[in-house]
Design a protein around this ligand. Structure first.
Ligand SMILES: [Mg+2]
Length: 74
């Protein structure tokens, strides 16, 4: 959660709280920290990261196909 918070903080600040999304900046090493942490969480919870990603992609593709929008609205 700490790594996610670091990214959220950078994203929120650089995009001026969503007012200027084109200014969004997040450091590559922070994304790496978050990915590493997520893989560690997957390992601890016995979750297959590839299966979880594939499921998310299926949901994303279905949503875009059905609604034309990438966001879930939630
Ligand atoms: Mg970090």
């Amino acid at each position: 959660m700490s790594e996610l918070g670091e990214i959220a903080k950078d994203a929120t600040k650089t995009a001026e709280y969503g007012e200027k999304p084109g200014q969004l900046e997040v450091k590559q090493d922070e994304i790496g920290d978050l990915l590493f942490s997520l893989f560690m969480v997957c390992g601890s919870l016995d979750v297959d990261a590839q299966e979880a990603f594939d499921e998310a992609m299926r949901k994303y593709e279905e949503r875009v196909e059905n609604t034309g929008e990438p966001g879930s609205g939630s």
